[in-house]
Ligand binder design. Structure first.
Ligand SMILES: Cc1ncc(COP(=O)(O)O)c(C=O)c1O
Length: 509
C-alpha cells in the first residue's frame, strides 16, 4: 500500500479541493504514475497526508470509484481499476517523457550539445563469445569475503551513516591506497595527496574543471581511450592528437615552446592562440595498442612538462597486470617537478560497478580539487570505502591481483598462441605484455566490416579499434579482450573466426 502520495492542490483556487484531488488522481492514473491494480492510500491516510478533512477525500474517491478509475476490494483496500475507463483519449495528457527534448525550451549550449550527442549503447551484443574489452573475470572475484567486509563495516558503528566530514575520501582508504601505491607502483604519495573518485571519468572531470579554460588545448594519444576523448569534446576543448608507435606516445610530436601563460605552444610568437594545457596518456599500457613507454621517453616527457609547465595526466588503469618482464614503475614516481597527476581505478583489480578510483595530486592542487568535488557530488558512499580499505589492509587486494594475474596470463598465452597458429603471418599482435586485451592487425583479403559481420555469423563479437583513432588507423585492427573469457572460449572463438574468415559462402549471405 502507498504510504505517501504527492498531489498538487491549491487551497485558494475556485475549484473545490475534492475536485482537485479527483482531477490529480485521475491524471496520475491516465499517465501511468499510478498503475492498474496498484493500491492507493485509504481515505483516512490520504486525508492525514494532505492535512484535509476525511470528507473531502471521500467525495473525491466516490467520484473516482463511480467512474471506474478506482475499485474497492472488501477487506483489502482501494486499488487503481484494473480496466481503464473509456474516453481516455479525450483527456489532455502531459507530453510523454520520450518526447521531452523537443518541448523543454531552450537548453544551454552544453545541454544542446549533449542532447544531440548519441547515447552509448550499453547492451551486450548477445554473441556467444565476445572478445569485447573492459570487464575483468567477475566470476573469480571473492564475493563472500567482500560480503563479510561490507556487513562488518555496516555493523561496526553508525558514523558511516552520516555526512562524511571529508569529501576527499575516507582516510583509512586513502592511507591504504598510499601504502599500496608506493609499494607496488613506486608512486610518491601520502594519504593527504589522494582524492577518492568515482572512477577515471570523474577524476578527469575534476582535473578539467580546476585546470583548463574552455577553448584551451588538450593533447591525448592517438589512438586513445574513447571515453576520455569524448569528455574533452564535451567540455569544448581543442583536441591535439599525438601519434603512438610501438614504444607509445611520440614525445617529439609535442609543441616545444612555452606559452607565456604556462602550457606548451607551437610558436613562441603565436601567443594569441590558447596554450596546450594538459596531456593525457597511458604510459604503462597504452590504450589500446598496449605499448609501454620506455624510460628514455618518460624522462624526455617529464623534462618537456617542466620546461613548458604543462600538466601530465597519467592514467594507470590496468598496469597491475604485467606479464613477463619486471614491472615498470609509474611515471609519477620519476617526477621531481609536480607535473604528473596520477589517476588510478579499482574497476579492473576489483570490479567496475564498485565505482571507486583515486587521484594522486601535487599538494597545491588537493584543496581546489576537493572543493570542486564537494560542489559536484558532496561525497562518495562511505560503506564501500571502508570495506575496500579493510580489503586492502588485510592483503586481500594483492593476493587477488596475484591470482588474477596468473589467470589472465594463462588466457593471454592461449589467445596469442591461437591467433598465431591460426592466422600465421596474416596477423600481427601488439601489446601482449600487460593488461586484459591485445591489439591485432589483420592482413586478410576482406575489409574490417566484413570481418565483423562474418564473426557475428558464427557467434563471435569482434571489437574494431578504428573508433579509437582520431586520425588514421585501419579497419582491420581489432581489440581482443580476454579478461572475462575462459581458455576454452578463447580457443573456440579463434577457431570459429578461422572458419568464418575462410568460408566464402558466408560472404554471400
Ligand atoms: C584507458 C582506460 N582508463 C581507465 C579505465 C577505467 O575507467 P573507470 O575507472 O571509469 O571504470 C578504462 C576502462 O576500461 C580504460 O580503458
Amino acid at each position: 500500500m502507498l504510504s505517501d502520495f504527492a498531489l498538487t492542490l491549491d487551497p485558494d483556487a475556485e475549484i473545490p479541493l475534492y475536485h482537485q484531488i479527483y482531477r490529480e488522481m485521475r491524471q496520475a492514473i491516465l499517465t501511468g504514475r499510478l498503475q492498474p491494480g496498484q493500491s492507493v492510500p485509504s481515505t483516512r491516510s490520504l486525508a492525514q497526508i494532505l492535512n484535509l478533512s476525511r470528507m473531502t477525500v471521500v467525495q473525491a474517491y466516490d467520484q473516482l470509484l463511480g467512474e471506474g478509475y478506482l475499485e474497492a476490494r472488501q477487506g483489502s483496500g482501494t486499488f487503481v481499476g484494473a480496466q481503464l475507463p473509456e474516453g481516455i483519449g479525450e483527456l489532455p495528457l502531459p507530453i510523454p517523457l520520450s518526447g521531452a527534448n523537443k518541448s523543454l525550451g531552450p537548453l544551454s549550449g552544453y545541454g544542446h550539445h549533449l542532447a544531440q550527442t548519441p547515447g552509448r549503447n550499453f547492451a551486450r551484443s548477445g554473441a556467444e563469445i565476445s572478445f569485447r574489452y573492459g570487464s575483468p573475470a567477475l566470476h573469480l572475484f571473492p564475493i563472500e569475503r567482500w560480503r563479510k567486509l561490507l556487513s562488518q563495516a555496516c555493523q561496526d558503528d553508525r558514523q558511516w551513516l552520516d555526512y562524511s566530514s571529508d569529501p576527499q575520501g575516507n582516510l583509512g582508504l586513502r592511507t591504504a591506497i598510499a601504502q599500496y601505491l608506493s609499494r607496488v607502483r613506486a608512486v610518491r604519495c601520502t594519504a593527504d595527496r589522494i582524492v577518492i573518485t568515482n572512477g577515471t571519468q570523474h577524476a578527469l572531470d575534476l582535473l578539467l574543471q580546476v585546470l583548463v579554460e574552455p577553448g584551451e588545448t588538450i593533447a591525448a594519444e592517438n589512438p586513445g581511450y574513447l571515453t576520455v576523448r569524448q569528455k574533452f569534446w564535451q567540455q569544448r576543448l581543442q583536441m591535439y592528437p599525438v601519434s603512438v608507435d610501438e614504444s607509445g606516445l611520440m614525445v617529439d610530436q609535442l609543441p616545444h615552446h612555452r606559452h607565456p601563460k604556462g602550457g606548451a605552444c607551437w610558436d613562441e610568437l603565436d601567443t594569441n592562440r590558447a596554450p596546450l594545457r594538459l596531456l593525457y596518456l597511458t604510459p604503462s599500457h597504452q590504450f589500446p595498442t598496449g605499448a609501454v613507454l620506455p624510460l628514455t621517453r618518460r624522462l624526455e616527457l617529464l623534462q618537456w612538462a617542466m620546461r613548458t609547465e604543462t600538466w601530465l595526466v597519467e592514467d594507470d588503469y590496468d598496469s597491475e597486470y604485467r606479464y613477463g618482464d619486471r614491472p615498470l614503475p609509474a611515471l609519477q614516481g620519476l617526477d621531481c617537478g609536480d607535473r604528473v597527476l596520477y589517476i588510478g581505478s579499482f574497476s579492473k583489480v576489483m570490479f567496475p560497478s564498485l565505482r571507486l578510483g583515486y587521484l594522486v595530486l601535487p599538494q597545491g592542487l588537493v584543496h581546489p580539487v576537493v572543493q570542486a568535488k564537494w560542489l559536484c557530488d558532496r561525497q562518495l558512499p562511505n560503506l564501500e570505502q571502508i570495506a575496500l580499505a579493510n580489503f586492502i589492509e588485510a592483503g586481500y587486494l594483492e593476493s587477488h591481483i596475484r591470482k588474477m594475474r596468473r589467470y589472465y596470463d594463462q588466457n593471454r598465452k592461449v589467445l596469442v598462441q591461437a591467433l598465431n597458429e591460426t592466422f600465421g603471418t596474416t596477423v600481427r599482435i601488439l601489446g601482449d605484455q600487460a593488461g586484459l586485451h591485445v591489439m591485432t592487425q589483420f592482413d586478410l583479403p576482406m575489409g574490417g566490416d566484413e570481418m565483423v559481420r562474418r564473426g557475428r555469423s558464427v557467434g563471435v563479437e569482434l571489437v574494431s579499434a578504428l573508433p579509437y583513432y582520431l586520425e588514421g588507423g585501419s579497419d582491420r585492427e581489432f581489440i581482443f579482450g580476454y579478461g572475462e573469457l575462459t581458455a576454452e572460449q578463447i580457443k573456440e572463438g579463434v577457431d570459429r573466426l578461422a572458419v568464418a574468415f575462410q568460408d566464402d559462402e558466408l560472404s554471400l549471405q
